[in-house]
Ligand binder design. Structure first.
Ligand code: PA5
Length: 439
């Protein structure tokens, strides 16, 4: 309420302004109609499923994921930035913590999933090829690039394609082992057509890379991992409804923006710490780091996002957060209910560690005490914090959380006058790198 422009009016502008939702990732100047924007994608995909059934994109994503899952034991997902971070976030948040290592029954018989093409690290790429070559069974590739021309992904695709071809006895089948997710034209589109890939999934024009997790970019890898992609989209669609119709004092998107903005403008806290309480949220935080940094870090503005994982980072960054410069605003992400039975410390005959008095306490009890103790310490020193509480970590909640953070980023962009789409600063390195390579 104390902001110069009330956030409820910003919301109305955002919902009404087609141009604001425009922006095709690597084509920042592209203008798309409102109904092509990222925010309505979950609703559109769910409606299409209800109308067209097996013919819908969602049903085809699931069918392709099942086909690939029956065909191969391992899938390499190639992509970078917005074409990578979302799928990794979903895997780490919603799948078994040792997804690739556990017995296949513990991941419902789905293939192992590895990520590459998100760097140009020779040792890492070779390491993955060692693994693929040293184990029996087939593997396949999901290659994701909206522009179809990003060098890191394109180079990895060429290398992994060569190895895949060599690993097959019948190379006529090569196309069946590859699923591209890309624009409706471009280099990757042409290449995958030439390779005879039976399916291709689009990244809608109006949906920028880091806003594309709830398109085939994130949904196809999620479906391969056996996740419930309808629940993901339903969580996001419900968040849309909440954003559009809930008054300010109960609206999580608007309140989240208001708090972060006020802390920055009025208190100089322009470092936004996303303090995740649990290992499974780290990749969600990294996805958000990209979203906020690449969307609002322009024209010498934009808060600096930083994800931490507690209690791990209480033993490293915690010192600075408690006693360092007063330039940080901390948002805790807390999961209320775990998916597994709580492990108790238990009684032991060897009480040299003096833990018998805590014998009945469980790991979640310790985590809750750590959260309360840390918040108390911050409060006593006037260090600002807020809590984002997730009922549990499942597809529905994740869909809502990702959508909330994307909406908040766009609302904040509107509030501070920054177009959240496009990433002109990223283009500079690409241009130089290509010029150096082609010299
Ligand atoms: O958010 C973005 O637009 C970027 O991070 C892109 O996702 C990233 O550069 C990869 O682009 P592309 O999907 O065209 O390969």
């Amino acid at each position: 309420e104390k902001l110069a422009v009330p956030l409820t009016s910003v919301r109305e502008e955002v919902l009404a302004d087609a141009d604001l939702w425009a922006g095709g990732g690597n084509v920042p100047e592209a203008k798309q109609p409102l109904d092509a924007g990222f925010h309505l994608l979950p609703n559109r995909l769910l409606d299409e499923l209800a109308e067209k059934g097996d013919e819908s994109e969602l049903a085809q994503i699931k069918a392709t994921a099942d086909r690939l899952s029956d065909l191969v034991d391992r899938v390499v997902v190639l992509g970078i930035g917005g074409s990578y971070m979302g799928a990794r976030a979903l895997l780490e948040a919603c799948c078994h913590p040792f997804y690739n290592q556990v017995a296949p029954t513990l991941r419902n018989g789905r293939p192992e999933v590895y990520f590459e093409g998100n760097n140009v690290d020779n040792d890492a790429a070779q390491g993955l090829l060692d693994l693929l070559g040293s184990t029996s069974g087939n593997w396949g590739i999901v290659v994701i690039s909206k522009s179809g021309g990003t060098l890191e992904t394109a180079a990895a695709f060429r290398i992994f394609l060569r190895e895949l071809k060599e690993s097959l006895t019948d190379t006529d089948d090569l196309g069946k082992f590859i699923v591209p997710v890309t624009g409706t034209s471009g280099k990757l589109f042409d290449l995958s057509t030439e390779l005879g890939c039976p399916e291709k999934f689009p990244v809608p024009d109006g949906v920028g890379g880091r806003f594309s997790v709830l398109s085939a970019v994130g949904l196809l890898p999620a479906a391969i991992m056996g996740l419930d992609i309808e629940a993901l989209l339903t969580g996001a669609a419900d968040m849309n409804e909440h954003f559009a119709s809930t008054p300010f004092d109960k609206n999580v998107v608007l309140r989240y923006v208001a708090a972060g903005h006020a802390m920055e403008e009025k208190h100089g806290a322009d470092i936004r710490i996303l303090s995740t309480w649990g290992k499974r949220l780290e990749a969600v935080g990294l996805w958000y780091d990209q979203l906020l940094a690449e969307s609002l870090g322009k024209q010498e503005r934009g808060a600096m996002p930083l994800t931490i994982v507690n209690t791990r980072d209480l033993h490293s960054r915690g010192q600075q957060h408690q006693e360092g410069k007063r330039d940080k605003y901390i948002t805790n992400v807390i999961v209320k209910e775990g998916t597994r039975e709580p492990l108790a410390i238990g009684e032991s005959d060897n009480n040299q560690d003096q833990l018998n008095e805590l014998a009945k306490k469980t790991l979640p009890d310790i985590l809750s005490a750590a959260i309360a103790g840390t918040n108390q310490a911050y409060r006593e020193d006037n260090r600002p914090t807020a809590d984002l509480v997730l009922p549990k970590l499942d597809e529905y909640t994740l869909g809502g959380l990702l959508q909330m953070l994307m909406l908040a980023t766009v609302v904040e962009g509107r509030l501070i006058g920054i177009n959240p789409y496009g990433q002109p600063g990223v283009e500079a390195y690409k241009k130089n790198m290509n010029a150096i390579l082609r010299k």
